[in-house]
Design a binder for this molecule. Sequence first.
Ligand code: MG
Ligand code: ZN
Length: 202
Amino acid sequence: MTARGRFDALFLDRDGTLIVERGYLSDPAGVRLSPGAAAGLRRFTDAGTLLFVVSNQSGIARGLLTWDAVNAVNAEVERRLLARGVPVAGFLVCPHYPGGTVAAYSRRCRCRKPGTALHRRAIRAFGLKAGRCAVVGDKWDDVGAGVALGAAAAHVLTGHGRLHRRAVEKRAPGTILAGTLAGALAKLEALPQSRKAGHPSR
Ligand SMILES: [Mg+2]
Ligand SMILES: [Zn+2]
């Protein structure tokens, strides 16, 4: 297996974490990377850590976004990061929402965070260890998925972060707290090796 540094993979929320929250963003021109995100992420990907973007896009079920629009925004995020030397291993999108307006996507599912179906699919496909992964997000839903996976979890104050802080501190007291994604990445790098549950260092 290829060496993957401290972490096998990072699972990053997109809106409000990796990019500035815009609310059902459909225009690639609206993509703004979070300050310091690219430089911080490059330290991880240079060390062999895989980067996945995991995003709840209920706007698809609500009829507010098309797959084409979501894919165009993701392509722009990928392009911006790659221009900074940061490859994205995959974009994982949940289009569902119970009570949406588009019948095909208006249902409960296992992939909408805090569900973990998307994370687990990547973990299986790439032969990763969940305990050597980390999640970062601005909502409890992001952190909750990380807790369910047994991954390290970090919560940021950008996006909807302030609204979700209390829930995160109450429900997952071990969560790393940071102002921004860049801050969360620095704290993840500083975690003691013992946090990598049960896996020998290499
Ligand atoms: Mg978010
Ligand atoms: Zn889903």
